[in-house]
Design a protein around this ligand. Structure first.
Ligand SMILES: NC(=O)c1ccc[n+]([C@@H]2O[C@H](COP(=O)([O-])OP(=O)(O)OC[C@H]3O[C@@H](n4cnc5c(N)ncnc54)[C@H](OP(=O)(O)O)[C@@H]3O)[C@@H](O)[C@H]2O)c1
Length: 287
């Protein structure tokens, strides 16, 4: 049985990937704050990564470790660089298996999305810049790699800490009114849908740069309204707001989103619609 080292395994996507990959692979789950039974691995430590890889010798590395707090990256760019860029370099040093890296639509400026894989990148934030630098490192390296760009990943798993879906559902259940941006466009992607795609990439040993996102370009406000519809909650509690009203530290790509025609054409993979993924989650927690 092949072994997969998952870094950042206790984050939103790590939980979904572990669940789907566990029956078929020997999974080595690691995190920055790993608890008993799981390994701690800080990808920003060259020494720790080196000794971990020498000891475990995984066949595949699925690198999900990242500083994903976009505003936090503006406040601490050195730490963002240490984890999001240098972490990749540490993990690839001497590694000769399949390296899978998750990246983001934040590598684009959001002027004219949705984007194809070979559209011009122009990150507007430290997060986007560090993720793009990691991509560039991989592309110029000799490592057999797959870069998967995705956007607005959400999950309803009980262990997931921060999730847009959970926040919307919980707020509406509590009859709390919420403000949601109406000028950021993406195709929100279920962590389970993305984990299914990652499994296909692992099993087929596919290398290259691919966009994966569920189908249906919408503003975050429309996404929240769709969540309310599917979870049968009050949509009138959701109020539109503009990104400029939030005074966030990091610039967001506004007209963003990812076109997935490359995976459809080359790999015959068709992602589900955003609505289908939401219905699946709703039905799985209400049965
Ligand atoms: N979420 C999205 O919308 C989205 C969109 C596009 C791309 N992505 C990419 O998808 C991947 C997975 O994201 P996610 O949604 O699962 O985010 P997440 O829930 O924030 O998971 C990232 C994990 O990395 C851990 N981590 C942070 N610093 C680390 C370090 N130095 N060493 C090891 N682990 C560290 C975090 O631990 P702590 O939580 O304890 O800090 C967290 O468990 C990331 O590469 C992200 O850039 C995510």
């Amino acid at each position: 049985m092949k072994s997969i080292l998952i870094t950042g395994a206790f984050g939103q996507l790590g939980i979904a990937c572990s669940n789907i990959l566990e029956p078929k692979f020997n999974i080595i789950k690691t995190g920055i704050n790993a608890d008993s039974g799981n390994d701690k691995l800080d990808v920003s430590s060259k020494k720790d990564v080196e000794s971990f890889l020498n000891h475990h010798k995984p066949d595949i590395i699925l690198n999900l470790a990242a500083i994903t707090n976009v505003d936090g990256c503006e406040h601490d760019p050195e730490q963002a660089d240490r984890v999001n860029r240098e972490g990749v370099i540490h993990l690839c040093d001497g590694f000769d298996g399949h390296f899978i890296q998750l990246s983001t639509d934040y590598v684009f400026d959001g002027e004219d999305g949705p984007y194809l894989e070979d559209d011009t990148t122009n990150p507007m934030s430290i997060y986007g810049k560090t993720k793009l630098e990691a991509e560039t490192y991989l592309i110029n390296s000799k490592v057999n790699h797959t870069i998967i760009r995705t956007n607005v990943v959400y999950s309803y798993a009980p262990e997931t800490k921060a999730s847009f879906l959970k926040w919307v559902v919980q707020s509406l259940k509590d009859s709390k009114s919420i403000n949601v941006v109406s000028d950021q466009w993406n195709n929100p992607t279920s962590a389970d849908s993305l984990a299914g795609f990652i499994q296909k990439i692992v099993l087929s040993e596919t290398y290259g740069l691919y966009h994966y996102a569920d189908q249906g370009l919408m503003s975050r406000y429309e996404f929240a309204k769709l969540i309310a519809k599917i979870f049968k909650l009050d949509p009138d509690l959701i109020k539109p707001i503009l990104t400029s009203e939030l005074s966030q530290a990091a610039s967001r790509p506004l007209k963003s989103g990812l076109v997935t025609q490359k995976i459809q054409k080359e790999l015959s993979i068709v992602p589900p619609t955003v609505e289908t993924s939401l219905i699946q989650i709703h039905d799985s927690i209400n049965t």
